[in-house]
Design a protein around this ligand. Sequence first.
Ligand SMILES: [Zn+2]
Length: 257
Amino acid sequence: MYSAEIHFECYADTTITAVEQAINFLLEGYRNNGQILGREFPIAAQGAEFKVRVLLPDEDALKPSNNSPWVKVALERLKNAKLLSPRSRILGLDLNSQTATELPIQWQVLYTSYVHNCSPLRNGADLMPIPLYKIPATFNGDHKQIIRWQTQWQACDELQMAGNNKAEFAALDELKEIDSDLFRQGWDLRGRIEYLTKTPTYYYQYQVGGQSLAEQKQRPCPKCGNPHWLLEQPLLDIFHFKCDDCRIVSNISWEYV
Ligand SMILES: [Zn+2]
């Protein structure tokens, strides 16, 4: 990812409220299209100028040709707040985050965790992120539903990792159980992505707990019951199971690996 700065400037009298709303509407549009990452965007005000720090999944993320219809509307609305078209510049490579995949994509997987703020769509070849603006819009002009699913998955992941409260088990069920809301939403999204990209797209089922390694190895595919989905070698050091019919990958509980 790249650290970047977006620069806004007023060309006539306006109000802070109008400026704030217009800039935040644009940032929301960029975020829902996968053009900027993360959830918090500090806006520094200096007189009639405003600077926003953002993380970009790739250098070309803010190119106009990547803009969603929502971003185009938001750019138009800047005029209402008397703001000029924004300018952006790359500050440098972000050392704390993963860069976008550069390998050919033969299959891909929806995979995230509470420590990752990059795209949840990963290349099956190297597990590196595929920026969402590089695939066709999933619903209603952008990727808002994928971003929402990712935010909820990360929230559940953080709760279950923290443990020691009653929400832990409810959160874990959302990640593990195929009839949970989060699993169904994610699995449907992966189907939509597969249809749009014509690329096999898998969903990751998180797994923890169980009785023993032997018992875990016999765990069947949670969707079709296929008992032969255990791989001889784990893929990408993470996925021990893969069902090609159901498009699900999963891991052996970490305590037994
Ligand atoms: Zn299956």
